[in-house]
Design a protein around this ligand. Structure first.
Ligand code: AMP
Length: 499
């Protein structure tokens, strides 16, 4: 099944329903959304796109993004969404690596890309004179099998060169149904708001919203602005959005500043990186109990485990599993292994996942595919433990674990403790090479105020909460932490800066 059929069918069922919003303004009904996708899909075919060929998308968050995704599928192509904040040379690398036949851009990105000699054909979607289609789309989406490729998901590249996880139409169907079953049971009344990059998880979430005939809103700023999100939620009501943990923090700050309580927000789905408990509890206090956590990766998009709204408990009584990343999505199995062998609950090891959402492999990279997929199991590279009632607790990525004097130290555990100090705004704990200990624990902190005794206070906090050998031996104060375009802290970069 072609995933674009969902748009075709919803447009049939609910033609007059408002579908696309740019900021507060409704700009397209479902009928218009489907017609524009069909028309652009046909325009790509007319320009020579053949079935199964890739088309890259390099543009900021805007309504055209959603139209482009469906247009590519409609025309039988494979979408290659590229983070709009990448350098044009990095984008050109992905375009070449994916063998994209065309690149759909906004004017700004088209100009940037033309400067670096990308080989594919760059189409400025704002300039394409597409014949407006009124009424029902004339062509049906091209027929697809469930294993046919739909989306090449380039990993965010926190380490090294990005890899293209190949996701099929079947993978995307499974991800969407699991979203509706486990994360957020969307209704036509609801509105999916895209404040995180559409090239990543937020974009994938347009699929269940299309299936259910919900509204889609792209903020006018094209990015994440806490005050804007709060204003849009108030105006549009029943809003669901995906937010990286750093965005949740910014949303909470904005709400506190404006004395608001997240009116109109239905569900805030967070994930993509560790959410510290102190931040989560603060967010629940300010915005209410409307949080769902997901743990996933491009290779099993947004779908490994989920910590539901009821799992979070109430503001006064947080749920007992709030420090975990939840239980497996309905469509996958998870297991923990050591040296490739499954271990029982309570023992930590590498998290592996198997099921209908797991990628087909990495594009043009059989060696990396062989390292990541074994007997249908995807090796996530994350370390975790399955505990009581099947809840998964993530420690850290295996490469971030610090080995000091022969003992394993999980940075996340130390970070959680340090964040309880009111002056700590952000923190990242890393291991630095040391001749005596192998590695020593170092904490990079972003702190408010200039308390000269802060480090002593942090040390006492650690002594009260964790084993002495896990305490940072060194602290460094920084104005900010290095992050990638999705807001993830770049530990590799931090190590490079501080070594
Ligand atoms: P990406 O493929 O770029 O989305 O990165 C996926 C990685 O982000 C995972 O392998 C985890 O290391 C991390 N991650 C994703 N979701 C969570 C979560 N809820 N908590 C902690 N880490 C997460």
């Amino acid at each position: 099944m072609n995933i674009a059929s969902w748009l075709y069918r919803t447009a049939h069922r609910l033609p007059e329903r408002e579908a696309l919003f740019h900021g507060e303004k409704a700009i397209e009904t479902y009928d218009g959304f489907a017609s524009r996708a069909a028309c652009l899909g046909q325009a790509l075919r007319d320009r020579g796109l053949r079935s199964g060929e890739s088309v890259a998308i390099f543009m900021g968050n805007r309504p055209d993004y959603l139209i482009s995704l469906f247009a590519i599928w409609w025309g039988g192509g494979v979408c290659v969404p590229i983070n709009a904040k990448l350098h044009p040379k990095e984008a050109a690398w992905i375009i070449a690596h994916s063998g994209s036949r065309f690149v759909l851009c906004d004017t700004e990105h088209a100009a940037d890309l033309r400067n670096v000699e990308a080989t594919s054909r760059i189409l400025d979607i704002t300039e394409m004179s597409l014949t407006p289609v009124v009424g029902e789309p004339s062509t049906l989406p091209e027929s697809k099998g469930q294993d046919d490729l739909a989306w090449v998901f380039y990993t965010s590249g926190t380490t090294g060169t990005p890899k293209g996880a190949m996701l099929s139409h079947g993978n995307l169907v499974a991800m969407s149904l699991s979203y509706l079953a486990d994360v957020d049971d969307l209704r036509p009344l609801d509105c999916m708001l895209y404040a995180a990059p559409l090239s990543h998880g937020a974009g994938l979430y347009c699929l269940p919203a299309v299936l259910r005939g919900a509204r889609h809103c792209i903020p006018f700023s094209g990015g994440f602005d806490g005050a804007e999100v709060l204003a849009l939620a108030r105006k549009l009501d029943h809003v669901s959005l995906f937010a990286a943990p750093t965005m949740v923090r910014r949303l909470t700050d904005a709400a506190l500043q404006q004395r608001q309580s997240g009116e109109g927000l239905k569900t805030v789905i967070y994930g993509g990186g560790p959410m510290y408990q102190a931040d989560l509890l603060r967010a629940m206090q300010v915005l209410g109990p409307k949080f769902t956590q997901i743990y996933g990766q491009g290779e099993s998009p947004m779908t490994i485990t989920v910590l539901s709204i009821p799992d979070h408990g109430s503001i006064d009584l947080p749920g007992p599993h709030i420090g975990t990343v939840g239980r497996p999505h309905s469509v996958v199995d998870i297991r923990i292994t050591r040296d490739g062998r499954p271990v029982p609950p309570g023992i930590s090891g590498e998290v592996e996942v198997r099921g209908a959402t797991v990628m087909q492999g990495y594009l043009n990279d059989p060696a990396a595919t062989g390292r990541s997929l074994r007997d249908g199991w995807l090796m996530t590279g994350d370390i975790g433990t399955i505990g009581a009632e099947g809840y998964l607790t993530l420690a850290d990525r295996s490469k971030d674990v610090i080995i000091s004097g022969g003992s394993n130290i999980y940075p996340r555990e130390v970070e959680e403790v340090l964040l309880n100090h009111p002056a700590i705004h952000e923190v990242s704990v890393i291991g630095l090479p040391d001749p005596e200990w192998g590695e020593i624990v170092m904490a990079a902190i972003v702190a408010t105020g200039d308390n000269p005794r802060l480090e002593d206070e942090l040390d006492r906090l650690c002594c009260d909460a964790i084993a002495r050998f896990k305490r940072p031996k060194r602290y460094v104060r920084l104005p900010e932490l290095p992050k990638n375009y999705y807001g993830k802290i770049l530990k590799t970069e931090l190590r490079r800066m501080l070594t």
